[in-house]
Design a binder for this molecule. Structure first.
Ligand SMILES: C[S@@+](CC[C@H](N)C(=O)[O-])C[C@H]1O[C@@H](n2cnc3c(N)ncnc32)[C@H](O)[C@@H]1O
Length: 203
């Protein structure tokens, strides 16, 4: 990892992700987690305060040691949280061992996102749920064209973030059935802010 990825990017991620506009998504989504939870791309731990006592344990996974050490500083009293350095493409967990997978603003940055979603599907119990709040491909042709134009440059500046990932199709292609989904723009520039929020379950 270079100096930018290791030392600067984690702080930029933390600063950009702690915006107030994201909190309502976090609260709605994370309060629905229960049982043994796997949070993918835990970042600096901004979701921790929203876990309730319906959660038995959180396994918080991230590739970035620097972000994991920031997350360590905000460990929540509400749920025991184990932080793990690792990659979503190869989850260090048993098949069908997780009740809830949580992803917030993470599917955009995972390099092999289709394989990572298959891994999430593998570790979910048959009755489990995947809770997602993710930005991605807009339904508006004009915005989509900008997302396609900007992504090759944007991903180099923003830690691998793709603006144009088709979140619904990615979930379905990984063998997940979407049970609830809400879409729409958050505040901010349209190419960066088209949101998909909801719950999916293993097929
Ligand atoms: C934009 S940040 C979002 C952080 C956090 N989910 C939040 O809502 O604040 C994306 C996170 O995904 C992590 N990440 C990127 N690729 C990953 C991978 N392959 N496996 C696990 N985490 C990954 C990054 O290190 C970063 O913490």
């Amino acid at each position: 990892m270079g100096f930018y990825e290791d030392c600067i990017l984690p702080h930029l991620v933390h600063l950009s992700m702690r915006q107030d506009t994201f909190s309502a998504y976090r609260r709605r989504l994370v309060s629905g987690a229960q049982g043994r939870v796997l949070e993918i791309g835990v970042g600096s731990g901004l979701n921790f305060r929203f876990y309730t006592d319906a959660v038995r344990q959180v396994v918080g996974l991230d590739t970035s040691p620097r972000l994991l050490s920031m997350a360590r500083q905000v460990l929540s009293a509400a749920a025991p949280i184990a932080l793990v350095e690792g990659s979503a493409e190869a989850l260090p967990l048993e098949d069908q061992s997780i009740d809830t997978v949580v992803t917030t603003w993470t599917l955009c940055t995972i390099h092999e996102v289709a394989g990572a979603l298959r891994e999430m599907r593998r570790v979910l119990r048959p009755s489990g749920q995947l809770l997602f709040a993710e930005h991605g491909r807009s339904p508006d042709a004009r915005v989509r064209r900008w997302q396609d134009r900007l992504t090759p440059v944007w991903k180099h500046l923003a830690g691998g973030c793709h603006l144009n990932r088709p979140i619904r199709e990615l979930l379905e292609d990984a063998g997940l059935r979407i049970e609830r989904i809400e879409t729409g723009y958050m505040k901010g520039p349209k190419p960066m802010t088209f949101m998909y929020e909801g719950r999916a379950r293993p097929l």
